[in-house]
Each structure stands twice: as structure tokens, then as C-alpha cells.
Design a protein around this ligand. Structure first.
Ligand code: AMP
Ligand code: ZN
Length: 113
């Protein structure tokens, strides 16, 4: 499948992977929007949040928990951080393989643009 994040999962395209297990990988965003900007990505392909099923509950929980753990390791947990899923083009999704953005290290504003 011609998918950027599947290619990263298959080691066909390099990325700075900071964590990997059977379900997920976490790597640096190539165009960081904050001092800390990681992408939490399932190893297996799912195009958008709209394609999730009940059987994916454990996977999504693991993505979010792993983001929270990494935020603690990065030392940004207490000051605060953001975990964002963009779903479809109207929300800014550009890579159609689901991923959570972990953003931190600066003051965030609300609402997001
Ligand atoms: P989204 O716009 O929510 O789909 O997020 C896609 C993210 O992937 C963007 O923040 C991009 O900067 C990032 N990105 C695109 N190509 C790469 C790459 N080769 N390695 C790491 N991050 C990437
Ligand atoms: Zn994919």
C-alpha cells in the first residue's frame, strides 16, 4: 500500500523512532509545531478515526497511554501537553494512516485553528 506511515513501519522510509512495540511506534514529526512534537502511530494501517471499530479500543487506549507516559519522560507532563487526532481533510489530516500528535514544550492556545 502506498502509505507513508506504513513505509515507516516497514523500515522503507527512515524516521527517528523513539519507541516501538507490537502495536505502535512513536517518532519525531518531520515538521515540528512545538519544541516537542511526536507522532504516535499504529503499526497496522487504519486510514482515519472513522474506520475504527470496537476491537481497536485497546489499540487507541494504548496510543493515548503511551503519549501520557512519554510526556512524563520528556518532562512536559506537569506543565501540560496536547494529544491531537486530526480526522479527514477538514480537520487538517494529511497522512491517511491514523496518528496522534503529542505536542508540548510551549504554551498552547485554544481553540485550535
Ligand atoms: P496530519 O496533518 O494530522 O495528517 O499529520 C501528519 C503529520 O505527519 C504532519 O505533522 C507532518 O509534518 C508529518 N510528517 C509528514 N511526513 C513525515 C515523515 N516522513 N516523517 C515524520 N513526520 C512526517
Ligand atoms: Zn498506512
Amino acid at each position: 500500500m502506498d502509505c507513508l506511515f506504513c513505509k515507516i513501519a516497514n523500515n522503507e522510509i527512515p524516521a527517528n523512532i523513539v519507541y516501538r512495540d507490537d502495536l505502535i511506534m512513536i517518532f519525531d514529526d518531520i515538521n515540528p509545531q512545538a519544541p516537542h512534537h511526536k507522532l504516535i502511530v499504529p503499526v497496522n494501517h487504519i486510514s482515519t478515526l472513522n474506520d475504527l471499530h470496537g476491537e481497536d479500543d485497546d489499540l487507541v487506549g494504548h496510543m493515548v497511554q503511551s503519549g501520557a507516559m512519554l510526556a512524563k519522560e520528556l518532562g512536559i507532563a506537569e506543565e501540560g501537553y496536547r494529544v491531537v487526532f486530526n480526522c479527514n481533510a477538514g480537520a487538517g489530516q494529511t497522512v491517511f494512516h491514523i496518528h496522534a500528535h503529542l505536542l508540548g514544550g510551549r504554551q498552547m492556545s485554544w481553540p485550535p485553528g
